[in-house]
Design a protein around this ligand. Structure first.
Ligand code: ADP
Ligand code: MG
Length: 600
């Protein structure tokens, strides 16, 4: 339960809501507690008045008594109505403050979580499933909210009602009170267990629901593969299985949910029977009045919900604590990459030279390094080509530059300063990184391009699209740059997506441009066009091009051949060809492929 203690500061923050809320809870409870006292007086008074009136019926005294009887009756009715009305009003105020406060806290907590998640590094997301993170942000926060709002509200009301009702009952007759309370502990305990069963089942139901939705989502978004492999019926069968699982769990929940009401009613009924039976005995002995029995029956009814609420609240608190512990684990996660102590706020711009000094990198402590002792230097404004087999470590290597990954050993320098010295915003703001896997948002083309530079002017977007050889395509789209891409709009070809992604990097006018196999889906002619456009900036922008195609890197100022995490060869195109090594082999193979392709 300790984890919930951290929410205490929220009670302080919203004390202007919680304090009136709790006062209203007490007032509402107090008003409802007075009702039975009035009922007792009515039950004790009315028969006496009726008997008096009967004795004088037909006489002027009788008429007078009748009028008085009627007035008293109205008085009782009025008081009971007023009390119920007050209790209702206070209960309204209680909900309007406490529940509102809990919604505010939910909002704060969810935003804090999202802010925190946004700050966490790439590495965190490699370790956590998207679905789990979504559950944290939705259902775990909801559990915590229920603890903050309803649980607090029920508890306050319950304590006030139970303490006050028991005090009044005890004053009237300690013996009868003891009898009437016998079933109460059973009620509390049974509600606790039933609530736990209900909660476990609704969690299971929730989980099954996520399974079901992610299954559906996957099969809809992968519908192309699904159709191509004629997997419709298998998918249908798999869906029906998940769907049946959902039905099972719903029925399970419905069963427990239906079962606990009768238990509740039986225990309440038992209390009433005991009150009438033992109370009747006390009435004949003259210890209490008939009105007291009526009063007790109402008290017992009033108390049952609060007693049941305790059982319910305990289970709710347990769940909230478990959720809060899970949330806390995320809040405790520190971004691996952040503006650290070494950050030098003076570094406001990036010229663009890149140096690796004995850099090694491993994805996990206990794993083999995927990059081993890399050292090289790229002057600002020059270009570097990187080739190598799949899995050689090209992507890992370039992700060290914008600090998407952090070197395990050695240093990565920009303009002679360790990358850690730059404020992250400066570092990443100066680098245009086109990742190997394109990701476009369901927004317009213009918004996708301006993603890294919200203030980009139309001209700038135009120019970036032109450099990425995308402009002609965009002009053909129904609404030009305003055309939506993805689920809400047109589907771009692989090459068009890649070029949109390149335009997104170019629009930032970066000092360092990094293309990670970003031309793999465009044809050789388009590749040539794009490289030609990029060449216009040579001397002013450092360009790092990773490619599996030699043609994309052969004009680079220097080329690195990466093999199994080490630099196997390094030099210009001509030097590397003369070496007759890996590079020369790869080149010859690709020339041959091109010739073959040309023949077909
Ligand atoms: N997130 C990751 N966790 C663990 N290993 C990884 C991860 N990403 C890549 N690797 C491994 O690192 C090596 C280099 O991968 P990568 O840098 O993507 O190579 P390339 O871009 O040259 O194809 C590969 O052996 C790959 O399996
Ligand atoms: Mg790669």
């Amino acid at each position: 339960m300790g984890s919930l203690a951290q929410l205490n500061h929220y009670y302080l923050k919203y004390k202007h809501l919680f304090l009136p809320g709790l006062l209203a809870a007490m007032a509402s409870a107090a008003a409802s507690i007075v009702v039975p006292i009035v009922v007792r007086q009515a039950v004790d008074t009315i028969p006496r008045m009726v008997a008096n009136y009967r004795a004088f019926e037909g006489t002027p005294v009788g008429d007078y008594l009748y009028a008085r009887f009627f007035a008293v009756l109205m008085g009782f009715a009025g008081v009971i109505l007023l009390l119920s009305f007050l209790s209702g009003v206070f209960s309204f105020v209680m909900r309007q403050t406490v529940v509102v406060a809990s919604r505010h806290i939910e909002y704060d907590l969810r935003n804090r979580l999202y802010d925190h998640l946004q700050r966490l590094s790439h590495g965190f997301y490699l370790q956590h499933a998207t679905g789990d993170l979504i559950t944290r942000a939705t259902s775990d926060i909801e559990q915590v909210r229920r603890y903050i709002g309803p649980a607090l509200m029920y508890t306050t009301r319950a304590v006030v009602i139970i303490v006050m009702a028991m005090s009044v009952m005890f004053i009237i007759s300690p013996v009868l009170t003891a009898y009437a309370l016998i079933p109460m502990p059973f009620l509390g305990i049974s509600v606790f267990f039933v609530a736990r069963m209900v909660h476990q089942r609704s969690d299971a139901l929730q989980e099954q629901y996520s399974e079901l939705t992610s299954r559906v989502q996957e099969s809809f978004s992968g519908v192309r593969v699904l159709k191509a492999y004629a997997r419709e019926s298998a998918e249908q069968a798999a869906f029906e299985k998940e769907s049946a699982g959902y039905r099972e769990r719903s029925l399970d929940l419905a069963m427990v949910d239906a079962a606990w009401r009768p238990v509740f009613l039986v225990l309440v009924g038992l209390s009433t029977i005991i009150v009438v039976w033992q109370g009747g005995r006390l009435v004949t002995e003259g210890a209490i009045t008939l009105g007291n029995i009526a009063e007790y029956i109402i008290y017992v009814a009033l108390m049952t919900w609060p007693v049941a609420a305790f059982g319910f609240v305990i289970s709710m608190v347990q769940r909230a604590a478990a959720s809060m512990t899970r949330l806390q684990r995320i809040f405790d996660a520190e971004p691996e990459v952040s503006d650290g102590v070494q950050t030098n706020e003076e570094l406001k711009t990036v010229q663009g030279s890149v140096t690796f000094q004995g850099v090694s990198f491993r994805y996990a402590e206990d794993e083999e390094p995927v990059l081993k002792d890399l050292s090289f230097h790229v002057d600002a404004g020059t270009s570097l080509g990187i080739v190598g087999r799949t899995g050689a470590g090209k992507t890992s290597m370039i992700e060290l530059i914008p600090r998407l990954l952090q070197a395990s050993e050695g240093r990565v320098l920009i303009d002679g300063h360790p990358v850690e010295a730059f404020p992250l915003a400066v570092l990443r703001g100066s680098i245009g990184y086109v990742p190997q896997e394109v990701f476009l948002f369901s927004e317009t083309i213009a918004e996708n391009i301006a993603f890294g530079r919200m203030d980009a002017s139309e001209e700038l977007i135009d120019r970036a699209a032109e450099e990425a050889d995308l402009l002609a395509n965009v002009r053909d789209f129904p609404e030009g740059f305003k055309t939506f891409v993805g689920e809400r709009g047109i589907t771009l070809s692989g090459g068009q997506k890649q070029r949109t992604s390149i335009a997104r990097a170019l629009v930032r006018e970066p000092s360092i441009l990094i293309l990670d196999d970003a031309l793999s889906a465009v044809d050789v002619q388009t590749e040539r066009n794009i490289l030609g456009h990029l060449r216009r900036h040579f001397g002013r922008r450092t360009v790092v091009i990773v490619s599996h195609r030699i043609s994309a890197v052969q004009d680079a100022d220097q080329i690195i051949v990466l093999d199994d995490g080490v630099i196997a060869e390094q030099g210009t195109h001509d030097v590397l060809l003369a070496r007759e090594g890996l590079y020369a082999n790869l080149y010859r193979k690709q020339l041959l492929e091109e010739e073959l392709a040309a023949m077909v």
